[in-house]
Design a protein around this ligand. Structure first.
Ligand code: ADP
Length: 255
């Protein structure tokens, strides 16, 4: 396969005494769409939070586009990364959270513009142009001047997606983005993710409990169980012909 855009090499993570990830090895190809499924507490969120630099691995290496994320090379050795290095590598990663984390005192256009202007130092006009484009893409072109409080949960989640896309990430992370939404709003959000996935060029990792959706859009499904990747393969292999009893029992809850 092409060089991976994301690589986890024997990544472990403990919180205090508890080891929640027990050696994750994972290569993700550019443009690959990964669905991460598994019981609550199995470590799904921790896997993607580490990629977003919100948690640091206890051991192991994570690389983004060939560059170590939490480490940097210095005189031929890997040393802990400094803030500048973290910021640079993180620039390739976009994340959408379960709770939208929008700035309540800013219009949705400003919510989208703030990172390109203040983090990347892009000219305002350019950032505005692209923010409008992305808000149109998620179907909110007529709400540019609205504030988050004036939007439905589904609309807020679509703003969060536009805001991430504006940064042109190479990898997008979606952490249970529909689980805080009223059921009738789930569809519109999944539809937007489907559209983004179809465009193709970005890699995506989706933590999801929407099995139908995972089947539809994922190239590969990973079943995480007690901190290890217990099964992986195509949606058909993992969701329809699962090998282990634990996965079968997990999936039976969604039928
Ligand atoms: P999942 O996303 O699969 O539900 P998580 O990655 O959120 O699982 O959590 C895995 C385990 O790590 C859980 O037992 C959780 O309680 C624990 N955990 C996650 N974050 C922290 C933290 N910041 N401090 C202590 N324990 C944590």
């Amino acid at each position: 396969m092409a060089d991976p855009i994301v690589r986890y090499k024997d990544v472990h993570k403990s919180f205090g005494e508890v080891e929640v990830l027990k050696g994750i090895d994972l290569d993700i190809a550019p443009a690959e769409k990964i669905a991460l499924i598994g019981p609550s507490g199995s470590g799904k969120t921790t896997i993607i939070r580490m990629l977003m630099t919100l948690e640091e691995p206890t051991s192991g290496v994570i690389e983004v586009d060939g560059r170590p994320l939490w480490h940097m090379e210095k005189e031929g050795e890997l040393v802990p990364a400094n803030e500048k290095h973290l910021r640079e590598v993180r620039g390739d990663i976009g994340m959408v959270f379960q709770h939208f984390n929008l700035f309540p005192h800013m219009s949705i256009l400003d919510n989208c513009m703030v990172a390109p202007v203040h983090v990347k130092g892009e000219p305002k006009d350019e950032a505005r142009q692209r923010s409008i484009e992305m808000l149109e893409k998620v179907g909110l072109g007529d709400k540019l001047d609205n504030y988050p409080s004036q939007l439905s949960g589904g609309q807020k989640q679509r703003v969060a997606m536009a805001r991430a896309l504006v940064m042109r990430p190479k990898v997008m992370l979606f952490d249970e983005v529909t689980s805080a939404l009223d059921p009738e709003l789930v569809g519109e959000v999944l539809e937007v993710i489907r559209d983004i996935a179809k465009e193709g060029e970005m890699a995506m990792i989706l933590v999801t409990h929407e099995m139908e959706f995972a089947r539809d859009i994922a190239d590969r499904v990973l079943f995480l169980d007690e901190g290890t990747i217990a099964e992986e393969g195509s949606p058909e292999e993992v969701l329809e012909n699962s090998k282990s009893e634990r996965l079968q029992s997990f999936l039976s809850r969604f039928r």
